[in-house]
Design a protein around this ligand. Structure first.
Ligand SMILES: NC(=O)c1ccc[n+]([C@@H]2O[C@H](COP(=O)([O-])OP(=O)(O)OC[C@H]3O[C@@H](n4cnc5c(N)ncnc54)[C@H](OP(=O)(O)O)[C@@H]3O)[C@@H](O)[C@H]2O)c1
Length: 319
């Protein structure tokens, strides 16, 4: 029992949790055992914890208590609930890394000696994925902007990555968030207020797909259009309608790689007509998971080891 009397299960085998929405459907369930083999840690098992979107604080506190108070509960990767979980359980952490402090979210829960640690890995992992999608000096060369549907943890992390780019050509002139509710926009605004940036940031509260189409159509060619809403995986549909026109030569980046992926299919339909380059969230998935697994299991994620883990993961993609 812990100080709040949450019922902690004493695990008999080392357990790594995945706190998400539909965790059983994630490729990580197939990938994780393969990675443990590569790492020589076959005794570590993965357990999914499915929470509702914007679940009640007790659900998040119970999940954190399990890791904090059970010795063989090693840590967790958190998706979708990164902000809500930290809001509910901030006082249970002994350490938060600088990105977690700036973004008010955690995607990694780990333990170091007696400390429960929270890290926000998304600025690193969404950033590593974006760097693989666009070349150096992309914004300097193309003058594209960024339009991001959703202003949750992963969307904010992507902006943070761009703000931190040293060279002007690697930063867009403008980054626009469109979010369903005002709360997340206020949260993003609050984060940006504490940072120095020359990127113009626009905050639009909207969930009407027809209005989103009109917003997107005003973006310049080569812009990056992101679906960070979870629509098409966590919830049905897309933030756009099928009539929405992607900017010419734009990059359409769907953060997910599984589900109905309506947004991805909408952009795939414009590959020929509007020269849209389409990316899904697979590389983001591999970067995200390898970073957190390394943090929880305490190993050095060298580029060679990343390549090996990526190769093993790709062998079961879509299987
Ligand atoms: N490939 C990967 O490894 C990877 C990594 C990170 C994230 N993702 C995926 O990316 C998605 C977002 O992740 P997250 O952590 O940022 O989740 P999140 O914190 O829940 O953010 C989602 C945001 O989208 C907003 N939203 C929902 N429907 C909308 C709509 N129709 N129009 C505009 N905004 C809308 C939500 O608004 P409200 O505030 O109103 O709810 C919320 O702020 C998830 O599906 C996640 O699985 C994938």
């Amino acid at each position: 029992m812990n100080d709040e009397n949450y019922p902690v299960v004493k695990k008999s085998i080392p357990t790594f949790y995945f706190i998400g929405v539909t965790t059983g459907k994630s490729s990580i369930m197939k990938v994780f055992p393969l990675w443990m083999k590569v790492l020589g840690l076959e005794d570590v098992v993965m357990e999914g914890v499915d929470c509702k979107i914007h679940d009640v604080p007790e659900v998040y506190r119970k999940a954190v208590a399990q890791i904090k108070y059970d010795p063989l509960s090693l840590g967790a990767l958190v998706t979708t609930h990164k902000i809500d979980l930290l809001t509910a359980a901030r006082d249970m952490f002994d350490y938060l890394d600088p990105y977690a402090m700036i973004t008010d979210e955690v995607s990694s829960i780990s333990k170091l000696e007696d400390r429960l640690e929270g890290h926000a890995k998304d600025p690193i992992t969404s950033g590593a994925s974006l760097d693989a999608i666009i070349e150096k000096d992309y914004f300097g060369k193309t003058h594209g902007d960024v339009l991001c549907f959703g202003a949750g943890g992963s969307a904010i992390a992507t902006l943070l990555h761009l703000i931190n780019k040293k060279d002007k050509g690697d930063r867009p002139d403008k980054f626009t968030f469109v979010n369903r509710s005002q709360g997340r926009l206020d949260h993003a605004m609050e984060m940006v207020r504490g940072l120095k940036t020359d990127i113009e940031i626009e905050y639009i509260c909207n969930s009407d797909p027809e209005i989103n189409d009109k917003i997107m159509e005003q973006f310049p060619p080569y812009s990056i259009i992101i679906n960070a809403t979870g629509m098409g995986k966590d919830t049905p549909g897309s933030p756009l309608t099928w009539a929405g026109k992607f900017p010419m030569n734009s990059v359409s980046w769907e953060f997910n790689y599984r589900g109905e992926l309506d947004f991805l299919h909408q952009s795939l339909a414009q590959v020929e007509s509007r020269k849209v380059k389409v990316e899904d969230g697979w590389l983001y998935f591999v970067h995200g998971w390898t970073q957190v697994v390394a943090q929880v299991l305490h190993f050095d994620l060298t580029p060679a080891l990343f390549d090996k883990l990526n190769e093993v993961a790709s062998s079961v993609k879509g299987v």
